[in-house]
Design a protein around this ligand. Structure first.
Ligand code: GAL
Length: 704
């Protein structure tokens, strides 16, 4: 059935976009600067005689803000209770003199030696029982610890009092990429804190905990909370339900520490100064859950190192020089989903120091990343860092300026170019641009539940399962259609007028409430796309006492009979629209009900001919269930395209790793593939940068 989009739906969609613009107006004004660009500066790394020169240079190169005081606790409070702000005052004055706004950072990741030697109990302990030590370390203390909190409260209060009403300060970054240096903490403090958290969660009832953790298994039950220790896989404590709770506890602690500082600053700083934290790319830090801080921050900012070697890269000879545009996009859209807008706090200007290897970016790539960040709607871009350090553990990290402190590095030159180009675009900006219908109508909700990620990391069932790669199969394919993706949660409103499409990949843990909510969403006209493993478990991570995934059978219009997994070197086939696609990691055998259409079938193995992908109509919408995960994601791509096209939506057909975005009236196309790409630019478009055909690492900007 073809669904025509009604005008009121579009008005609604456009209204949604505009209201998020309205929200950010007070902090960011596109009519003055579409996307200010800034750079990190660490005055404490350089002789004071150079600060004025450096900040002047920063300004002359086109940067409009700098970022100070991160990690500088030992300089701000050299001894307990003795504060020294003179150097920071001086540097802020120099920045202001050169027309640079300042982002101030709270130095909580770096407790000074006087603090950690007086209270070593605040230090994190890793899973092997080794306590973190002072010295070339950061994020080595647990900020949930009340002693640590007390000292953080004091330094942040001093900073807030001093700079909270200073018009030279643009905004605040709390901490840095908040997480525990050891990822999880097994210290004595954490042992007690975890027990308290459990007591609260389980209303002080050990029998409730015993059943939630399935402690009847292997005689694991506890008589009281005092017997519980943090589940540590190194000690072979592998109760999956306890591990799940421990992840939830850690995430609560991290979010609580950010909230603590945000609440404190909120009381001290002017409403004109914004408060954020720079969430590191979440994939590396599983216990960091951005949604837990929704409401605490003015917005969530994000950081991304595209060549870090740990990301998802496309095929192609140049992939290691162009980086993972898909993960930059994912990171941006996740951060943006928290409050409707975001900015990138750290973007590499060149070679970094911490990848498996650290390749040079392809000439042009640094500029392309800035433009991609622009296209994705970042309200600002900040590069890490202005000067390459001469000492310390990040010595080999490029800056905008080389080690001599004077010469502009290759990446620095690309910054200069991109900054000038963005400034030049300003003259084409028209206030309150209408979101193009094509963009609004492709808006897709990605239903996010961090518990699912944790549950599957704890119980993957096959070592070949990687939830992130599974999410990227869907996310990456959505981007090839030019879809704007918003991450939402179960507690959000599922309104098909706002989100005509919703993907919920491998949504393993479900209860009746979410199934009812999905059903209503589809009934009302939404198009729901679920993938394999969905509905397997309840919210404790137990199987439902039903047949496999039975709670979702009615919704998807099919039975899930079983699942299969293959050895890593084997490939099986699934047939869709006359073409075979290969899969290895996960395949489910589906039996469709009468009204359900089989979209794809297995073409080999003992179950050849069995359904692998099914689709059904329900009320005014549709449900598609993909029980198989293909090796290259091509089947998923074709199925997604079919769903959007049947719904009457205009979609793009971009190669993987070419991206087209719209913001503030501008279309931006970037190319991370190793081939030349022809962008879908109408002949009538006004080209502002580049041409319709862009080479690897190139950019095009146009207005339609
Ligand atoms: C980031 C971190 C920065 C710096 C940078 C180096 O993850 O937030 O402080 O260490 O890496 O690339």
């Amino acid at each position: 059935m073809r669904i025509t989009l009604k005008t009121w739906l579009l008005v609604f969609l456009i209204g949604g976009f505009l209201s998020s613009y309205a929200q950010k107006q007070s902090f960011f004004s596109p009519e003055k600067a579409l996307m200010p660009v800034g750079a990190y500066y660490y005055p404490e790394h350089w002789d004071r005689s150079q600060w004025g020169r450096d900040l002047k240079r920063m300004s002359e190169l086109g940067f409009s803000f700098t970022h100070l005081a991160e990690f500088a606790w030992a300089n701000l409070e050299p001894e307990e209770g003795w504060f020294d702000f003179e150097w920071l005052d001086w540097c802020i004055a120099e920045a202001a003199k050169n027309g640079l706004k300042v982002i101030l950072c709270t130095p909580s990741p770096c407790p000074p030696a006087w603090l950690t030697s007086k209270y070593p109990e605040i230090l994190n302990v890793n899973d092997a029982g080794i306590r973190s030590a002072h010295g070339g370390n950061r994020l080595h203390a647990n900020q949930s610890n009340p002693i640590c909190r007390k000292y953080i409260e004091r330094i942040v209060t001093e900073m807030g009092k001093r700079y909270g009403n200073d018009p030279r300060i643009w905004g605040w970054q709390i901490d840095n990429e908040p997480h525990l240096g050891t990822i999880y903490d097994y210290s004595n403090f954490a042992q007690v804190d975890f027990k308290n958290w459990l007591q609260k969660k389980y209303n002080n009832s050990i029998s409730t905990l015993n059943s939630a953790w399935g402690n009847a298994f292997w005689s694991s039950s506890y008589n009281n909370f005092n017997q519980i220790r943090i589940p540590n896989e190194k000690e072979s404590s592998s109760n999956p339900h306890a591990l799940l709770d421990y992840r939830r506890y850690t995430a609560d602690g991290l979010a609580g520490s950010i909230r603590f500082q945000a609440t404190l600053l909120r009381k001290l700083v002017s409403p004109q100064q914004w408060i954020t934290t720079n969430f590191a790319y979440y994939k590396f830090l599983p216990p960091v859950d951005l949604f837990r801080n929704k409401g605490d921050l003015d917005f969530a900012s994000h950081t991304m190192y595209l060549l870090s070697t740990f990301l998802n890269y496309p095929e192609g000879a140049l992939n290691f020089r162009l980086g993972s545009g898909m993960e930059l996009s994912f990171s941006n859209e996740m951060a943006k989903s928290i409050q409707g807008y975001t900015g990138i706090m750290e973007l590499q200007p060149g070679q970094i120091n911490w990848g498996v290897y650290n390749a040079q970016p392809l000439p042009g790539a640094v500029r392309m990343w800035i433009w991609h960040s622009f296209g994705l709607g970042d309200q600002f871009t900040c590069t890490y860092r202005f000067r390459q350090p001469l000492f310390g553990s990040e010595q080999t990290h490029k800056g905008i300026i080389e080690t001599d402190g004077i010469t502009v590095a290759r990446g620095g030159k690309e910054y200069v170019k991109a900054i000038a180009e963005v400034k030049n675009l300003q003259k084409y900006y028209q206030p309150n641009p209408l979101v193009p219908i094509s963009v609004a109508s492709r808006k897709t909700a990605f239903l996010w539940k961090q518990d699912n990620l944790w549950e599957m990391q704890v119980s993957p069932h096959t070592k070949l399962w990687d939830s992130w790669q599974h999410y990227y199969t869907y996310y990456g394919n959505l981007k090839t259609m030019g879809a704007t993706v918003q991450f939402i949660q179960e507690t959000d409103v599922f309104d098909p007028k706002e989100f005509p499409f919703m993907v919920a990949p491998a949504y393993s843990m479900v209860d009746e409430k979410i199934i009812a909510k999905w059903t209503r969403y589809v009934d009302d006209g939404g198009h729901l796309i679920l993938s394999c493993r969905s509905g397997q478990k309840d919210n404790n991570g137990h199987f439902h006492e039903t047949l496999l995934q039975q709670p979702i059978w009615k919704l998807i219009g099919a039975k899930v009979e079983d699942n299969d997994q293959l050895p890593p070197d084997r490939k099986a086939s699934v047939l869709f629209d006359g073409k075979n696609y290969s899969w290895s990691v996960w395949g489910e055998l589906l039996t469709p009900q009468k009204e359900t259409e089989t979209v794809a079938t297995y073409s080999d193995q003992f179950y050849a001919g069995t359904s692998a992908v099914v689709n059904r109509k329900l009320g005014k919408g549709t449900v598609t269930y993909l029980g198989v995960w293909t090796n290259d994601g091509e089947l998923e791509k074709q199925v997604l395209r079919t769903i959007y096209q049947h719904a009457g939506i205009q979609i793009l057909d971009l190669p993987n790793y070419a991206f087209v975005e719209w913001r503030d009236g501008f279309w931006v196309g970037v190319n991370y593939t190793s081939e030349t790409v022809k962008l879908p630019i109408p002949a009538t478009a006004k080209m502002l940068i580049g041409t319709t055909e862009i080479k690897p690492g190139e950019v095009a900007v146009w207005m339609e």
